[in-house]
Design a protein around this ligand. Structure first.
Ligand code: UD1
Length: 420
């Protein structure tokens, strides 16, 4: 298994380009199953999760071609299999996103129960209940969700009692080809859902309330292929901003967007960062200063994202002062604090709250990544620690960060990959 070897160095300084969003690319790839003609999806990030989703489409018989610029052409009309097998689904929870579009377009879908990051139980009950409300017959058999519908799904009024990103996406994709009107209440409002909805509209879908917590979808008979550009990755953007803030450095990020990162940018300013931004770039400068501790609490968009919690916890570990970080979305997502403590951090855990007393300096150590964003936090911690940090199990990081060691090197970090 590959490892990352990091030698703590001074403040980072440099410019990098931000990739397309993983959490937007995955549902949009699933949405291609709804089209009657070829789809062209551009600004696709080069990530293991994207490769897994493309492999999933290919194993269903869907034709996929990729050019050197990561523009993907997908022709769903060649589909022959309506099954998402365990081998692929177990590596990536987002595979569940093929359920809604496959069922809605073809009337049948068999999807293995998902795996993914070890950050809690992560059920899919809301996805299944919503599809049943739209007339699907669903059985769970030998670890597979087996769904079918006679004719087309029917529009329904669905209230989701938990705000779920994947659930909203799956039901939105099911509703666009359903018969009649669907109302999705208490819908998640993440920018990636807006991106998916905009792509569906470009395919001919009729969706009202995009960006709000109530989506009204008028089903259409068919959707055509289109060309669509995936939005920039706000979590990758936030991760590099935190790396610069933690090290007291400076970074300019290109091909990204600050507006969708408001809650994160506010916290960075509170930590002492100066921010500057244009339409498609953001610059952060700490002017050589140590960050100040910031309290935070994760919650659905537009509040502070759970996907940025681990990186801020690493920053708080070396910040001036004390802070509390409350994780309200996933119960096991503070697990990386034990690895940070092995590097000399002073963090205690009380239920879903981490209490962090900032220390002057962390010490390098061998550490193990437990999930995608936790891995990124260990890289950031290693970059500001004294001596050498070895981050093991970095397959997690390759699922969600394109060329992280190359991008960090461009910022002046001393980091290299050791093939395992
Ligand atoms: C997505 C993101 C992930 C992010 C998360 C929360 C993708 C590919 N992944 O994951 O990076 O951390 O949103 O912003 O976009 N829940 C239920 N029942 C369900 C579905 C969810 O109880 O049927 C619960 C989950 O256990 C969790 C909460 O709802 O506590 C939020 O999960 P959800 O928004 O669905 O996360 P994902 O879509 O899996």
């Amino acid at each position: 298994m590959d490892k990352l070897i990091i030698r703590g160095s001074g403040p980072v300084d440099g410019e990098i380009r931000i990739s397309g969003s993983k959490n937007s690319a995955l549902p949009i790839l699933a949405a291609t199953l709804l089209a009657d003609g070829p789809m062209h999806i551009c600004n696709m990030p080069h990530l293991n999760d994207v490769t897994t989703m493309l492999a999933l489409l290919r194993c269903m018989g869907v034709e996929v071609t990729i050019d050197e610029k990561m523009c993907v052409e997908i022709d769903p009309s060649t589909i022959t299999e309506f099954t998402a097998p365990y081998d692929l689904v177990k590596t990536m929870r987002a595979s569940i996103l093929v359920l809604g579009p496959m069922l809605s377009h073809f009337g049948v879908a068999n999807v293995s129960f998902p795996g993914g990051c070890a950050i809690g139980s992560r059920p899919v009950d809301i996805h299944l209940r919503g599809l049943e409300a739209m007339g699907a017959k669903i059985e769970v058999d030998e670890g597979y969700i087996r769904a079918k519908v006679d004719g087309r799904l029917k529009g329904a009024h669905i209230f989701m009692d938990v705000v779920t990103v994947g659930g909203t996406e799956n039901l939105l994709m099911a509703a666009v080809l359903a018969d009649g009107k669907t109302v999705l209440e208490n819908a998640a409002r993440e920018p990636e859902i807006v991106d998916l909805a905009n792509c569906l509209v470009a395919m001919g879908a009729n969706i009202e309330g995009i960006g709000s917590d109530t989506l009204v979808i008028h089903g259409v008979k068919r959707l055509q292929g289109c060309t669509y550009n995936v939005m920039p990755d706000r979590i990758e953007t936030g991760t590099y901003l935190v790396a610069a803030a933690t090290s007291g450095g400076r970074v300019k990020l290109k091909d990204t967007c600050g507006v969708i990162l408001e809650s994160v940018l506010l916290k960075l300013e509170e930590a002492g960062a100066s921010l500057n931004m244009g339409d498609d770039w953001i610059e952060l400068n700490m002017n050589g200063n140590r960050p100040k501790s910031v309290n935070l609490r994760t919650a659905p968009y537009p509040a502070f994202p759970t996907d940025m919690q681990a990186q801020f916890t690493a920053m708080n570990a070396v910040a001036e002062g004390s802070a509390t970080v409350v994780e309200t979305i996933f119960e096991n997502r503070l697990i990386q604090i034990h690895e940070l403590n092995r590097m000399g951090a002073n963090i205690t855990l009380e239920g879903n709250t981490a209490i962090i007393k900032g220390v002057e300096r962390l010490k390098g150590a061998p550490v193990m990544a437990t999930d995608l964003r936790a891995s990124a936090s260990l890289v950031i911690a290693g970059m500001v620690a004294e001596g050498e940090t070895i981050v093991d199990r970095i397959y997690h990081i390759d699922r969600g960060y394109e060329c992280i060691e190359e991008k960090m090197q461009q910022l002046g970090a001393n980091i290299r990959r050791m093939p395992g």
